[in-house]
Design a protein around this ligand. Structure first.
Ligand code: SF4
Length: 414
């Protein structure tokens, strides 16, 4: 729980909430940690939802834990499928292997995995997955009596209930979603994907059927309306950037970002923005200014934001309906690999098309954003080129301002 002290009239948080980030591969995991995540949740190749994103072998998890340890960060591994009988084989050995590697926690939905993990006397913590839709104090007490270490709330918990549960349930960790995609159904209670595409949302295969376009018919008549636009149920994305102070003040232990399938740019942008927000608020909560963070998050957003269930049950204004496709205002174009101070030359890796004349914003885990116009581009043979159009190509850019390895560049759209 976050701890606050008061020295000479100035409040400061001496224990901050954990910032928990998603990662679908090792590159994203390392980026999340470099950009300020205290912990990263990943899926293994087995027993995890989001099977398409869950590409961490035990060897990968070992590398992830070793990397995280260098930064004092933790790795959580999702083991949150609802087990069928044919999923039982190898489970015990898998949990023991995760424990041996030094994974901090497993995130679990099936009651059998909860009890098995505890009966094995492992060092790792057992966290109750959001798939269990934990929404009340008595359910928390139940999991606490089972020996669970943390509850990950369903996205359907409102702030007033969260505050009440924090007051009533002091002896268990609480994790709350602050950012990312929302289901239109209760989390973990949706069969649309199973029905339409035979892809099981509870075994990692959701085909996002709620975001498809549908014709609405009654008695053989299309009811799409005069403009003939098909219907979609897509929810806006959750963004609680303006509510983080409230969550810190009531002592939520972990603030969770959704998106193991999301891009490197998304992870770097979202993690670094919340990192800066949490650090700034905790250092001097009484003089905190919430004046920059949402605009920064918008740069990697591809849907409009809403606050989910935080203050109210979402209504139609929280849905996108026919406005599903929205795009970031800026586009990820490069990653910095090195900077030569003498030559004032940045070595970069191309990530998307850019050209001479483009305006680029560099953002960084260690300094404020900076802007420059691309004046010249050199290839690896130091030949001048006018466009960067080869994915992952190594390029050099003259740059008067200092940049650092792992900084990223976005093209600023006019
Ligand atoms: S189809 Fe939509 S509402 Fe259902 S599980 Fe998938 S994302 Fe969630």
């Amino acid at each position: 729980m976050a701890l606050c002290r008061n020295v000479n009239g100035k409040r400061t948080f001496i224990k901050k909430p954990e910032l928990l980030a998603p990662a679908g591969n090792l590159e994203k995991l390392k980026t999340a940690i470099i950009y300020g995540a205290d912990a990263v949740f990943i899926g293994g190749k087995e027993f995890s939802l989001r099977s398409a994103a869950s590409n961490f072998s035990l060897e990968d998890i070992k590398e992830a834990v070793a990397f995280a340890n260098q930064y004092g960060a933790d790795i959580h591994v999702t083991c949150n499928i609802i087990l069928h009988n044919d999923n039982l084989t190898g489970l015990k050995e898998y949990l023991c292997a995760l424990d041996e590697i030094g994974v901090k926690a497993i995130i679990v939905a099936d009651p059998y995995i909860m009890t098995l993990a505890k009966s094995l006397n492992l060092k790792l913590e057992v966290h109750v997955s959001t798939q269990m839709s934990t929404l009340n104090s008595e359910a928390i007490r139940f999991y606490q009596e089972m020996g669970m270490d943390r509850v990950v709330f369903g996205r359907e918990v409102a702030y007033r209930d969260l505050k009440l549960m924090r007051e009533r349930n002091r002896n268990i960790d609480m994790e709350y979603f602050i950012h990312g995609a929302m289901c239109i159904a209760y989390s973990g209670r949706c069969m649309l994907s199973n029905y339409f595409s035979r892809r099981d949302a509870n075994r990692g295969g959701c085909s996002q059927s709620c975001r498809w376009y549908y014709d609405i018919e009654a008695d053989g008549q299309k009811l799409n309306g005069e403009d003939e636009i098909p219907f979609s149920m897509s929810s806006k994305d959750m963004c609680l950037v303006h509510e983080i102070p409230k969550l810190i003040e009531i002592g939520i232990d972990s603030l969770k970002i959704e998106g193991r399938m999301k891009s490197l740019h998304y992870i770097a942008t979202v993690v670094s923005t919340y990192r800066k927000l949490i650090d700034t608020y905790c250092a001097d909560p009484d003089h905190f200014e919430d004046n920059w963070y949402e605009a920064e998050l918008q740069k990697s957003a591809n849907r409009a934001f809403c606050e989910g269930f935080f203050d109210q049950t979402p209504d139609e204004t929280f849905q996108l309906f026919n406005l599903r496709d929205e795009h970031p205002t800026q586009e990820f174009v490069l990653r910095v690999l090195d900077y030569d101070h003498e030559k004032k030359l940045a070595k970069v890796e191309q990530r998307n098309y850019f050209k001479v004349g483009d305006q680029v914003e560099i953002f960084s885990p260690v300094r404020d954003n900076l802007y420059f116009k691309v004046e010249k581009i050199y290839n690896e043979d130091m030949e001048e080129v006018t466009v960067a159009n080869h994915p992952m190509e190594i390029l050099y850019l003259p740059l008067a301002q200092e940049v650092s390895e792992n900084d990223m560049g976005r093209k600023v759209k006019s």
